[in-house]
Design a protein around this ligand. Structure first.
Ligand code: NAP
Length: 281
């Protein structure tokens, strides 16, 4: 793992992210030596092994011929899976996990057994719903990396945009990714319910959502903010609260308050009291 030339990789945890990374590396000349899931007989393990032209093996054997081992199990299984493959690892191998929430401490037990191997992490800041779709999304995506320079080289090989996050900031970083993706989806769930209440197709709002994202990209968040809160129009906000179903008001108020902060209008007393719930809309 000391240069940029393609090598041999093994994957432990042949799910969405691991398969996406492996397919992308294969497309750049890497060879997959082994695929290990929960068992070599598992249907998912066999399917991915065929797709990657590799052997299905027990996880304890996965490192045998590999320069790089990607541990792409769910986060809670990383430490155990990494420790389990320790005896099979080659000298100088790099072991990588893909988690955004976990640090390199996941490899503490592995390093106790094999202190000479290298460890790192590469978290694609991207949604990878399947191996194939994920592979296509990796080029151009940002990724949080940790570990030796070889991790950065792998990210650059894949056309990704690597950055480093201090271990102390790791959970803050992951919370941010969760807001960017999961909370955006939850917000669109509210749009879907309100659209149904108003008798308007949900799909009608999607071009607006996409244009708003483009505006944020072009103008920044504060520059992209429009609407009654940005204008200080308390009457319209009160009218919204009046017609919203009671169970939708908390989310509306919380995000309108965030908009107030973004617009620098925290001193707007009427909006503040409407959004804090002191005045029933
Ligand atoms: N998917 C994404 O969008 C995404 C994006 C960035 C980072 N990540 C990270 O990528 C990692 C994997 O996530 P994922 O979404 O790819 O999960 P996933 O699709 O659920 O895949 C996990 C894989 O690990 C296997 N597995 C579970 N326990 C195992 C064990 N003890 N030993 C060996 N294999 C085991 C599973 O086998 P079974 O099929 O038999 O359960 C499955 O093949 C996580 O760290 C996640 O945070 C994911």
């Amino acid at each position: 793992m000391d240069d940029n030339s393609p090598g041999r990789l093994a994957i432990v945890g042949p799910g969405r992210a691991g398969t996406a990374l492996s397919l992308a590396l294969v497309a750049r000349g890497w060879t997959v030596t082994a695929v290990a899931g929960r068992s070599p007989e598992a249907e998912s393990t066999r399917r991915v092994a065929v797709a990657l032209d590799a052997r299905p093996v027990p996880a304890s054997d996965a490192g045998r011929d590999a320069d790089l081992v990607i541990v792409a199990t769910p986060d809670t299984a990383i430490a155990g899976a990494a420790a389990g493959l320790a005896p099979s690892l080659r000298e100088g191998a790099l072991v990588l996990h893909l988690s955004g929430a976990r640090t390199l401490h996941e490899f503490d037990d592995l390093l106790l057994a094999r202190p000479e191997v290298a460890v790192g992490s590469l978290h694609p800041l991207q949604s990878l719903p399947s191996g194939e779709v994920g592979r296509a999304r990796l080029p151009g995506s940002w990724c949080a990396i940790d570990g030796p320079d070889s991790v950065e080289r792998i990210a650059l090989t894949l056309g990704m945009r690597p950055f480093r996050v201090d271990a102390a900031d790791r959970m803050r970083y992951h919370a941010t990714a969760c807001v960017a993706s999961n909370h955006l989806v939850a917000l669109l769930g509210q749009v879907e319910r309100l659209a149904a209440d108003a008798g308007v197709p949900f799909e009608a709002f999607l071009p607006l959502v996409r244009a708003t994202l483009d505006n944020v990209d072009d103008l920044g968040t504060a520059g992209a903010l429009t609407g009654p809160v940005a204008r200080g129009d308390a009457a319209t906000v009160a009218a919204h609260l009046d017609v919203l179903p009671a169970e939708e008001r908390a989310a509306y108020r919380a995000l309108a308050e965030a908009a107030l902060r973004l617009a620098g209008r925290e001193d707007h007393a009427e909006l503040q009291s409407l959004l804090s719930g002191e005045v029933v809309g």
